[in-house]
Write a protein that binds this ligand. Structure first.
Ligand code: MN
Length: 361
């Protein structure tokens, strides 16, 4: 595996590249161009500028998160073909800059969702949390306002204000889109882009829905083992792969994460992994925690062991961390707790590796 760290660029991240470089075992940065509106082509010069900045800091840029999919593609509108053409141009430009994996998602309207971006835990650290009793009652438009307010002045990935401006209108358009229709629209998209990915050697890695259930009557499909299986078969190519996000899928206790890692890993369909721990509170209610198994509900040892056992050669990054030690940063994306997470994952990996080799000797 290759350990990486998400970075939002010089203008919009409290963390700097030299700090990332000092985290033990860090090989690269997961980045994106955040100033290009969804649906437009990413210009090669801009991608190269980002790559040069990352490389100059002694880090690699081989994973992009995310190239967002225009709502018209998810809705299956006639205008989707134009946006898919643009997406293909972006894939080609990313390939020219040496990008190997693109993380993306196919969540209607809302990207990841939480009811609180700074829930205080007993030790004073702050985490993102999801309380179903709040979300089920909230008006989606009000929710968007709350998310913006709680973002500490940082833009939130997937919550770009220009995309959410026409929220009411977009929600209306989804009235005719159910899970079946959404699967059809994803298939159409994949059938257009995967042949290009094969040609230019860029792997697509879809991110699971976060949380992995339907919201505000909007369908969500990237949420369970059965659905992931259907998804990878929509276009049966290794280039049609997954971002295995332990925290997103793990928010539903029915999802057996180590089993999913082994299953899709053996198929060669996991290209990127987000490792995060969460604590179940009650049904559809959870909060994020440190990466340590003992702090949350997911067994990180079993998760890392599953990646080790499939001989995972892809990219891993510590996912959301807590806000600790007085740091002020984008919720979930401070330096300290994610660095602790990376060190912990590396520690588990080393221990598993050495114990296996000892047993063989
Ligand atoms: Mn994730």
């Amino acid at each position: 595996m290759k350990m990486t760290f998400r970075w939002f660029g010089e203008k919009d991240d409290s963390v700097e590249l030299w700090q990332i470089k000092q985290i033990p075992g860090m090989t690269g940065v997961v980045g994106a161009l955040f100033d290009i509106p969804v649906g437009e082509v990413w210009p090669l010069e801009k991608i190269n500028r980002l790559k040069t900045a990352v490389n100059d800091a002694g880090l690699e840029l081989e994973v992009i998160e995310s190239v967002n999919v225009h709502e018209d593609i998810k809705l299956g509108l006639p205008t989707r073909d134009m946006y898919i053409e643009n997406y293909i141009e972006t894939i080609k430009n990313l390939s020219k800059a040496g990008i190997k994996v693109i993380c993306y998602n196919f969540m209607p309207v809302f990207d990841w969702l939480r009811s609180d971006l700074a829930k205080k835990l007993e030790d004073g650290s702050e985490v993102l949390s999801y309380d179903n009793s709040i979300i089920s009652k909230v008006d989606p438009v009000k929710l968007v306002e709350d998310m913006e307010e709680g973002s500490q002045g940082f833009s939130l990935p997937g919550w770009e204000p220009y995309r959410l401006k026409e929220l009411k209108d977009t929600l209306e358009k989804y009235k005719d889109v159910d899970e079946e229709k959404l699967f059809e629209n994803l298939k159409y998209f994949l059938e257009c882009i995967i042949p290009v990915c094969e040609e230019v050697d860029v792997k697509m890695a879809i991110h699971p829905d976060d949380p992995p259930w339907n919201l505000f009557d909007l369908p969500r499909i990237v949420k369970s083992k059965a659905n992931l299986e259907r998804l990878v078969k929509l276009v049966d190519s290794p280039y049609n792969g997954l971002t295995l996000c332990t925290g997103s899928l793990g928010s539903n206790p029915d999802n057996d994460i180590p089993d999913m890692i082994r299953y899709f890993g053996k198929m060669g369909r996991i290209h990127f992994a987000h490792i995060r721990n969460i604590k179940f509170v009650s049904e559809r209610t959870f909060h994020e925690t440190s990466h340590l198994s003992g702090d949350g509900s997911l067994d990180m040892y079993e998760i890392v062991k599953a990646f080790y056992d499939i001989g995972f050669k892809g990219y891993i990054r510590p996912d959301h961390g807590r806000m600790i030690w007085g740091e002020r940063a984008r919720p979930g994306y401070g330096l300290y707790d994610r660095a602790l997470g990376a060190a912990y994952i590396n520690g588990l990996w080393e221990a598993i590796d050495k114990s296996k080799k000892e047993r063989k000797a």
